[in-house]
Design a binder for this molecule. Structure first.
Ligand SMILES: Cc1cc2nc3c(=O)[nH]c(=O)nc-3n(C[C@H](O)[C@H](O)[C@H](O)COP(=O)(O)OP(=O)(O)OC[C@H]3O[C@@H](n4cnc5c(N)ncnc54)[C@H](O)[C@@H]3O)c2cc1C
Length: 382
């Protein structure tokens, strides 16, 4: 196992200070290791998740070589030649577990934002005190964007949030964490071969959730109540002006509709499994409030916006993979973790085998299935 940094590197180095997992502690499980502390319904801080993964590495005696960066993987003699900054390795098979979130995605028009406006990604952001004084435009309203918008607004700065497609979720539904419902109802166990549009499922925005001690729901209505201004999707920059799409009403309706369908699925499962009486009564959330007027442009040279925070997603980095295994968009071509190049495997990608693959609690089953295939391959039957 080669790791360029330390064990749990992404949690140590690529996250902001206040971040907590959005999955509750009882869902943080790795093979043979579960959360056993006093607060199963709480959400781990970055220090706690780092410590949890370190504990797993020690317990599983994983043969990790830290401080070893892979700079190239290429096919050689029916196997692979792996070049690292600490030497060469020959192997028959490679499992790519280098993460799905290696680089922040920033649209190309960010290059046209005037130099007077500072631009940050979630990798640069640590806490609001380090931002320049003045207004902040957060771009993207999924888990990262929502959390940063709330934190920055609470620090006393004025925040404008640019909202595109998003996945709305309440933190608690009928008395249980919404992710409890995803787990119990089987929604998270829907497999890659059962999902109608797998490409789309793999690209869905992260749920609008935050892990806080008070287990609060953080949605667009909560941000509006805090004073955050909502505007549409940022489409382009023209002559120093940021131009935004209209149609917030449609974007909100779609997210509300999808949320309603998800809650219907939970309610139906509660009834058919005979457990309905265990939970509070079904409820529906207030529709997302549409602002009376949403601005369609902002003059970036006027000084109103001093910082842009791009919360527009992340992508994996395969710059080191010298094997023809990527599609035209740079994504790894694979079916349930098995790449279409013999001896090449992947773990840790969104909806790799099931919907839960996107999260830490998905790795156990995925790793077992992928290593079964790998073992057969090595035994010459794959
Ligand atoms: C902001 C954010 C919040 C999240 N919150 C949650 C959450 O609350 N709950 C949850 O279950 N999931 C959450 N996730 C998803 C979670 O990060 C993944 O499910 C999990 O990290 C996958 O683990 P991994 O080991 O596959 O990838 P990673 O944790 O990304 O680990 C990949 C490792 O590969 C190393 N690496 C990369 N390239 C190389 C190279 N060339 N050579 C050597 N080493 C390399 C990296 O240093 C890194 O340590 C979140 C993700 C993000 C980005």
């Amino acid at each position: 196992m080669l790791e360029r940094g330390e064990v749990a590197n992404s949690w140590r180095t690529e996250r902001w200070d206040s971040l907590r997992l959005l999955t509750p502690n009882w869902l943080s499980r790795l093979p043979g290791l579960r959360y056993e502390g006093p607060d199963p319904d709480g959400y781990m801080t970055m220090g706690e998740i780092t410590e949890f993964i370190e504990r797993f590495a020690a317990r599983s005696h994983a043969p990790v070589r830290t401080g070893t960066k892979v700079t190239s993987v290429r096919a050689a003699d029916g196997g692979y030649q792996v070049t690292t900054d600490r030497g060469e390795i020959r192997c028959r098979a490679v499992v790519i577990a280098s993460g799905a979130f290696n680089s922040p995605v920033v649209p190309p028009f960010s290059g046209e934002v005037p130099a007077s406006v500072e631009q940050l990604t979630p990798f640069d952001y640590r806490d609001p005190a380090k931002l320049p004084d003045g207004g902040v435009l957060v771009v993207g309203a999924s888990a990262t964007g929502l959390q940063l918008a709330a934190e920055i607004q609470a620090s006393g700065r004025t925040v404008t949030l640019s909202v595109g497609e998003h996945t709305r979720m309440p933190r608690i539904y009928r008395g249980r964490d919404v992710l409890w419902w995803m787990d119990a109802s089987g929604v998270w166990d829907q497999g890659y071969d059962e999902i109608e549009d797998l490409t789309r499922a793999r690209r869905l925005p992260s749920p609008q959730l935050v892990g806080t001690p008070e287990r609060r729901t953080l949605d667009l209505n909560a941000l509006t109540s805090m004073g955050v201004e909502l505007i549409g999707r940022w489409a382009m920059v023209r002559d120093g002006h940021a131009l935004f799409s209209g149609g917030l009403r449609n974007v909100f309706s779609l997210a509300d509709l999808k949320l309603g369908r998800l809650l219907d699925t939970f309610d139906e499962w509660a009834l058919t499994s005979g457990r309905d009486a265990e939970f509070d009564a079904p409820e529906r959330l207030e529709p997302t409030r549409v602002p009376d007027t949403a601005r369609l442009q902002l003059d970036l040279g006027r000084g109103e916006i001093r910082t842009v925070v791009w919360a527009t997603g992340f992508r994996p980095d395969y710059g080191w993979l010298d094997v023809p295994a990527l599609d035209a968009k740079g994504r790894l071509r694979h079916s349930h973790g098995v790449a279409d190049v013999p001896g090449l495997y992947a773990l840790g990608l969104p909806v790799l085998r099931r919907r839960r693959s996107t999260f830490i609690c998905g790795i156990e089953d995925d790793a077992r299935a992928v290593t079964d295939h790998l073992a057969q391959y090595l035994a010459g039957r794959g």
